[in-house]
Design a protein around this ligand. Structure first.
Ligand code: MN3
Length: 203
């Protein structure tokens, strides 16, 4: 079995002006494409060959750096494309909205906390909203780590992730990561994030 680059549900220019078409094209085909190819090379012929990606990541400390970096890169980008949409933005929907208010005080406090996690992650990494099993948490990870990994500071089910590697924004925003993070709120797909929340809380 090998992992496949998932089909995008929108075209490269669909998230403009917030995420430009050239960044989408390169990010998806070259970066996500390379994580996918390199993950497959790292697991071919090993005992990981038949496992779902979530199971590989759950015990990632037992595997090679190539599996950690490319397995994380593969999963994280699958999630990233999924939680964005051209008709995004606004307020979270459904049960997720109530849970955000309960955990963070208000949507604005949550938004501030998530934006800050994204802006202050030093170097390359990701900001996360995660369901830990009994609460929502916001934090960030370095490189391609994520909350499914046993090496993660906070573990749980990732509901949404924001890529803050320079390759995610540099062509359009150069060094202005904060502006990229602010604009992300215009393309977030709350319907999908709420669906992930319902899956996570029913596990
Ligand atoms: Mn990326």
């Amino acid at each position: 079995m090998s992992f496949q680059l998932p089909a995008l549900k929108y075209d490269y220019k669909a998230l403009e002006p917030y995420i430009d078409a050239m960044t989408m094209d390169i990010h998806y085909n070259k970066h996500h494409g390379a994580y996918t190819t390199n993950l497959n090379s790292a697991i071919v012929g090993t005992s990981l060959d038949d496992l779902p990606i979530e199971e590989i990541l759950r015990e990632v400390s037992k595997h090679s750096a190539a599996v950690r970096n490319n397995g994380g890169g593969y999963y994280n980008h699958n999630l990233f494309w999924e939680v964005m949409t051209p008709s995004g933005g606004g307020l979270p929907t459904g049960e997720l909205y109530s849970a955000i208010v309960k955990n963070f005080g208000s949507f604005d406090e949550f938004k501030e906390k998530f934006s800050s996690a994204a802006a202050t992650r030093f170097g390359s990494g990701w900001a996360w909203l995660v369901w830990t099993g009994n609460e929502l948490k916001v934090f960030s990870t370095p490189n391609q780590d994520n909350p499914l990994m046993d090496v993660s500071e906070i573990k749980g089910f990732p509901l949404m992730g924001l890529d803050v590697w320079e390759h995610a924004y540099y062509l359009k925003y150069q060094n202005r990561r904060v502006e990229y993070v602010q604009n992300f709120w215009n393309v977030i797909d709350w319907k999908t994030v709420n669906e992930r929340f319902i899956i996570a809380t029913n596990k």
